[in-house]
Design a protein around this ligand. Structure first.
Ligand code: SF4
Length: 339
C-alpha cells in the first residue's frame, strides 16, 4: 500500500531519488533539505555531506501492481528533483520505464531543472534507453512490457504530467517557455512558494502561435488548441510553510485565479502557508506586512508601509486554503487525461 501524503494535489509521493541542491529562490526553505537534516547522522542513514543526491533504486518498483494495488496520483520526487545533474540518464530512464509499465497511475513530475527535462525527453535515444532499462530491470513484467513498448511509440506517455516550479516572474519567463517546448501530454505549473506577482500571459505569448511542440491533452481532445494559455493544463499556487516561511500577498493569488479563469485553465489553491491575512479574522500570531512588490516588514509597524497588507503567522493548518471564501480545487479532468 502506498503512503498517504499531506500534499493536497496528489494521493501519494514516490521518491526514487532523495536530497538535492538549491537552484533558485523557491528553494530557500526547502522542506526536503529540512527532512534530510533531521536524518543526518541518525538511523544509520548514509549522508554524504551537504544535501547531495541519493539514488534509491529499492524504491523503483513501488508503483508496480504487486506493491500499489489501486490507481493513484503520484507526485514523483517530492524530496528531490529527478532532473538534477547528478542523476544519471540511465536512472531517469528506469523511472520512466516504471511509469510506462503502470498506466493505471497518474504521475506528476515537477522540476526546477527545466532545461535538462526538455533536452532529455526530446532526445530519441532517451526513449531507446527507457526500453532497454525496462527490459533489463523489469524483465519479470514481460507481458506488461509489451504493452508499455506500444505506449512508448515516440509519443509522450498520456498518464505522465510534467510541471515546472514558478515562484516569480523571472522564473516564469524562463521555465514556462521551456516546459511548452517539452513533449508532454499534460503540463502544469506549481507556483509555490509564490514570491511575487505573476503574469502568465507574458511567459506564454512569446512562444508565437501554436505553443509547445508536444501536443497537449486538450489539443487531442478538442481537435484544436482551444485555450489561450496554449499548452498549460493546470496551475497550482500556494504560499510557503515551515521554518523561515515567507508570506504570500493575497493579490498575487487573486491575480493567478483570475488569469486561469480567463484562460479556462484549472486552478488549484494548495495553501496560504504559514501566514494568513489578518483580515481573515486572525488576531493571534506574529504580524508581518507585505506590499504588492513582495517587500516585507516584520512586526507590523503601519508607518513602514502604509499600503502593505497585514499577515499573521498562524501556521499552515489555521491559515487554510480559502481565497475570498472559496476553495479552489480544480485539476485536469478525465477527458483531458484520456487523450
Ligand atoms: S529543487 Fe526542490 S528539492 Fe531541490 S533544493 Fe529546490 S526545492 Fe528542494
Amino acid at each position: 500500500m502506498a503512503d498517504t501524503t499531506a500534499i493536497e494535489w496528489t494521493d501519494t509521493t514516490w521518491n526514487p531519488v532523495t536530497d538535492c541542491t538549491k537552484v533558485s529562490d523557491g528553494c530557500t526553505n526547502c522542506y526536503a533539505e529540512t527532512f534530510a537534516e533531521r536524518w543526518r547522522g541518525t538511523h544509520g542513514h548514509h549522508f554524504r555531506g551537504g544535501f547531495d543526491i541519493t539514488l534509491r533504486p529499492e524504491r523503483l518498483p513501488l508503483p508496480l501492481p504487486r506493491q500499489w494495488t489501486k490507481p493513484l496520483r503520484v507526485f514523483v520526487d517530492s524530496m528531490s528533483d529527478l532532473f538534477h545533474q547528478d542523476v544519471p540518464d540511465a536512472y531517469i530512464a528506469q523511472v520512466w520505464a516504471v511509469m510506462a509499465l503502470t498506466p493505471q497511475h497518474t504521475f506528476q513530475v515537477l522540476t526546477k531543472r527545466h532545461a535538462r527535462m526538455k533536452a532529455l525527453l526530446s532526445r530519441p535515444s532517451f526513449w531507446h534507453q527507457v526500453a532497454e532499462q525496462g527490459r533489463e530491470h523489469f524483465a519479470d513484467c514481460q507481458q506488461d512490457w509489451l504493452a508499455a513498448g506500444a505506449m512508448l511509440g515516440g509519443k509522450p506517455l498520456p498518464h505522465v504530467w510534467l510541471g515546472v516550479s514558478v515562484e516569480d516572474q523571472r522564473w516564469a519567463d524562463i521555465r514556462i517557455p521551456t516546459l511548452l517546448e517539452t513533449p508532454a501530454a499534460v503540463r502544469f505549473l506549481s507556483c509555490e512558494p509564490l514570491l511575487g506577482p505573476l503574469d502568465l500571459k507574458r511567459a506564454v505569448i512569446p512562444m508565437s502561435s501554436e505553443r509547445g511542440r508536444g501536443l497537449t491533452a486538450s489539443f487531442h481532445a478538442g481537435g484544436c488548441c482551444q485555450r489561450r494559455f496554449h499548452g498549460i493544463d493546470w496551475v497550482i499556487a500556494g504560499g510557503e510553510s515551515g521554518p523561515g516561511a515567507r508570506p504570500v500577498h493575497p493579490q498575487w493569488l487573486r491575480d493567478l485565479r483570475d488569469q486561469c479563469a480567463w484562460a479556462g485553465v484549472p486552478f488549484f489553491l494548495k495553501q496560504w502557508g504559514a501566514y494568513a491575512p489578518e483580515a481573515h479574522g486572525h488576531a493571534r500570531g506574529r504580524v508581518a506586512l507585505i506590499d504588492a512588490q513582495g517587500r516585507t516588514w516584520d512586526g507590523g509597524d503601519p508607518s513602514a508601509a502604509p499600503d502593505a497588507i497585514r499577515m499573521r503567522r498562524v501556521g499552515k493548518k489555521h491559515a487554510g486554503r480559502l481565497l475570498d471564501g472559496q476553495c479552489h480545487d480544480a485539476a485536469p479532468g478525465p477527458a483531458r487525461r484520456a487523450a
